[in-house]
Design a protein around this ligand. Sequence first.
Ligand code: CP
Ligand code: NVA
Length: 310
Amino acid sequence: MTLPLKHFLSLADIPASELRAILDEAHVRKKARAGFPKGKVDTDAPLAGHTVALLFEKSSTRTRFSFDMGMRQLGGTSITASAADMQLGRGETIEDTAQVLSRFVDGIMLRSHSHETIVALSQCASVPVINGLTDYNHPCQIMADLQTLEEQGRDLKGLSLTWVGDGNNVAMSFVNAAAKFGYRLVLSCPDNYQVRGQDVERARSAGAQIEIIQDPKRACESTDVVIADTWISMGDTDSDQRLKDLAGWQVNEDLMNKAEKDALFLHCLPAHRGEEVSAGVIDGPHSVVFDEAENRLHAQKAILKYCLEA
Ligand code: CP
Ligand code: NVA
């Protein structure tokens, strides 16, 4: 009997116990290689002999480097390609691409414009598929973010997280993970930039505590974590309108002062100082954004191991 493939497409689809185990593995693995040169393979090399394809329809710095280095550290290798340079860019279907790549590699990571593309890829692939960001969500990012909060000594159960700004793909993954990890999530987004209501409702019916408080000052009152992301995501075309509509949702010193004294600031990066966040906050004492960026590597190694190991 063959077991079903373990894809990593949305945190909503993966049982809480499995997500917890992934996060535990990320912590253990990070500690175990402290002091190693970055290119050195982990002592147990759990993915020796494995290769993943890393496919990009959009730009990336963190996702690209962290998946590539992650595979090397796990003892495996990766092949990075931009979708535009593949026959995908000339009209070959994602379904055929899924079947062909499944004959060559042990797993596929895709960053795609449309979430439907990654769903179609996973339906036709015979190897695990990992979501490296779509227009709908960014699950690997949130695993790194939660690892960062735990490293700072925060217990996720009952922790209060406030999302400020555009209710985008990253916000969606915080919604999808809320019931899994038991944190309380406050969403502060202007009209027309709210996280899709049906996903919030689905998360709530799975047990998530999610509150919508549009006023950012009220939303940040006594919160433990403030989170921002760009106002203009890849693929957004209405930049001028967005800058206007989101102007009141900048995370700055005034807003951070509403939060707990020891509140943390998260941002998945890339950041735009002076837009969604002030330089004083992102470069200030509350910010853990570069630990967060580093943890993309450690969290994804645990995700890769979860998906690929027999
Ligand atoms: N945070 C994130 O996914 O960064 P990249 O777009 O650089 O991969
Ligand atoms: N919301 C951003 C995240 C980038 C990592 C985007 O989709 O562009």
